[in-house]
Ligand binder design. Structure first.
Ligand SMILES: [Ca+2]
Length: 591
């Protein structure tokens, strides 16, 4: 997905204190609808809002789907996780063969980046057919089988819904580029323009028989689906209202796509660029919000257990719009995603030239602060309330991994202790559980390079399973791999870390298990921050004390108790009313 969505307005945020929400009990291991009918779903799904109500103006009244409260997310980049047939590209059967790793780790919700038919100009975020798995990943049956096999291990599978644009190879676009009456995309006709030969800014010349130009969302090969404009303008006749035929058809298409895959046993969607659909929306994004509320009303009526996660970066807007959760991102309406970047981003790996240099809290030099994150999270959590969740990722396919640049393996445990004990939904990017490194210096691949220092390929390299050829990712020759492996001979692997109880992998597994067994440590437990510096100290649910010291130097502060029971710790002690943390130390204690 593109990192700099066009036409993204700025939304406000709210600040106030956070009340301790009620505790929730862990959900059952195996979820409902385990036995999934393998019937062919309807291509035309009903929109069934309650009688007399306009779904576009309804506030979602259902609480967030219950299972999500306890979820630990795991993002899989399908081309890089496991290659089952030796062609050098990961695939669905490869993921299925590795489900036991995920089950052992304890993650319960897997999000797959797009796995649909595509020319891969943007690594699959340029969909040519939403209802067909790309042959390089397998078949539609492989995807249904993966969902079944995952479900038997208590793991849900979410797909990626690229809602805002298609590939220029999608038949919808081909039809639109050859039919002047088709408004499923945004077309400026020559007759619209004072200078017919000059397309409006940002528009791209038509590749078809239709004269004029179309609006792309990001790369030129990604024409924006037409969900209408919040404001029309006689001087710009391509600004159709949101209830024009094209926008209505596209909204129905989103329901059809979701209905198709949910009917095959998938559990929900992460929605790409969810904020970008209605163009020139107001600062509160009222029309985009209305679109998603309509979709959520349909989802609640037809697939009430499904989850809808946003790539929006603004939970205060996206959750009231109907999403069950939203990710904090490396971009967004508030300070260009500074809340997430202030934790992890150390100005190596993927670097956006527009980002002001900012010391990350999890940097060894100890020049950062957790306050930016804490303030923004608090505002988001207040705005979201019980309606949904804020998700915090360890990394993602568009952003540097945790292990990036000067950040060493010994710094990673404290980051995971924070990630897995904070009251947000944790999202582990594949391979981060073993500390896979962002690999610098790779060539551009499938649109990975977005700027002079912004190459996403470094976060997309093959999963490192063992010390066999290609790290167990693939039996292909090394030159046929989707991307090169991390060339470091000391690169971490799953097998090596499995054999070492002191490894990051085992720590992550223990932390997930602790979170699952301890509702107070989850997304709904109360949180009291006692020290927002080095170390960061907080109490979850009045019962668990967490300490992380991400800097190289030791740090010390007062403790709320004279002593506490160690549940998981390295280099942190609680004694005599003091918390003493060695460099990179961490601790989870029971009070
Ligand atoms: Ca393959």
């Amino acid at each position: 997905m593109p990192m700099l969505p066009r036409l993204l307005p700025v939304a406000g945020s709210v600040t106030s204190s956070v009340p301790a929400p009620p505790l929730v009990q862990p959900s059952s291991q195996i979820f409902p609808c385990q036995a999934r009918p393998r019937t062919v779903p309807s291509r035309t799904s009903p929109l069934t809002p309650p009688a007399g109500k306009d779904p576009a103006t309804m506030t979602p009244t259902r609480p967030a789907t219950e299972w999500l409260a306890d979820a630990v997310l795991y993002q899989i980049y399908p081309q890089s996780f496991a290659d089952s047939n030796g062609d050098g590209i990961g695939d669905l059967a490869g993921i299925e063969a590795r489900l036991d790793h995920l089950a052992w780790l304890g993650v319960d919700t897997v999000w797959l980046n797009p796995c649909f038919a595509s020319p891969f100009r943007d690594a699959g975020y340029d969909v040519a057919d939403y209802l067909t798995v790309a042959p390089r990943y397998g078949t539609d049956d492989d995807l249904a089988r993966l969902a079944d096999a995952a479900g038997h291990r208590g793991i849900r599978v979410l797909l990626d819904l690229v809602a805002g644009h298609t590939s220029d190879q999608h038949p919808w676009f081909t039809a639109s580029a050859n039919d002047p009456s088709d408004d499923r995309y945004i077309w400026a006709e020559p007759g619209h323009l004072a200078e017919p030969a000059v397309p409006p800014a940002g528009f791209v010349a038509s590749p078809g028989t239709r004269p004029g130009s179309y609006l792309p969302n990001f790369f030129d090969s990604q024409p924006a689906l037409n969900f209408g404009y919040a404001r029309t303008n006689d001087a710009e006749p391509w600004r159709l209202p949101v209830d024009a035929d094209g926008p209505r058809t596209n909204r129905q298409a989103l329901r059809d796509v979701m209905d198709h895959w949910l009917g095959l046993g998938l559990s929900g969607f992460r929605v790409d660029m969810a904020a970008s659909l209605v163009k020139d929306d107001d600062p509160g994004q009222a029309q985009t919000v209305a679109l998603w509320r309509e979709l959520r009303a349909w989802l609640d009526a037809t697939h009430p257990h499904a989850a809808l996660l946003a790539e929006w970066g603004d939970p205060a807007t996206s959750v009231p719009a109907g999403f069950h959760a939203d990710f904090l991102l490396q971009f967004g309406p508030k300070d260009d995603g500074l809340a997430l970047r202030s934790l992890w981003n150390n100005s190596t790996g993927t670097v956006n030239e527009a980002w002001e240099p900012h010391a990350a809290y999890f940097d060894a030099d100890g020049k950062g602060s957790p306050r930016t994150f804490l303030d923004d999270w608090r505002a988001a959590a207040d705005a979201v309330g019980d309606a949904g969740f804020v998700a915090v990722p360890s990394a993602n396919h568009d952003f540097s991994r945790l292990a990036c640049g000067p950040r060493t393996a010994e710094q990673l445990p404290a980051a995971f202790v924070f990630l897995l004990t904070w009251p947000t939904l944790p999202a582990i990017y594949y391979g981060d559980e073993i500390g896979m490194r962002y690999v610098p210096g790779l060539p551009d691949h499938e649109g990975s390079r977005l700027g002079p220092r912004y190459n996403r390929a470094g976060s997309r390299t093959p999963m490192q399973w063992d010390d066999s050829p290609n790290a167990g990712f693939s039996t292909a020759s090394a030159d046929r791999l989707y991307l090169p492996l991390d060339p470091d001979p000391g690169r971490p692997t799953v097998t090596a870390q499995l054999a070492d109880d002191g490894s990051l992998l085992h720590l992550v597994r223990r932390l997930i298990a602790l979170r699952k067994a301890t509702p107070e440590l989850g997304a709904k437990g109360g949180t009291e921050v006692l020290h927002a510096d080095y170390p960061l100290v907080y109490v979850r649910g009045g019962r668990h004390l967490v300490v992380v010291n991400p800097r190289r130097n030791a740090a010390e502060t007062g403790a709320p108790v004279d002593e506490a029971v160690v549940l998981e710790a390295r280099g942190v002690t609680v004694a005599d009313g003091r918390i003493r943390a060695e460099g990179f130390g961490y601790g989870v204690f029971e009070l």
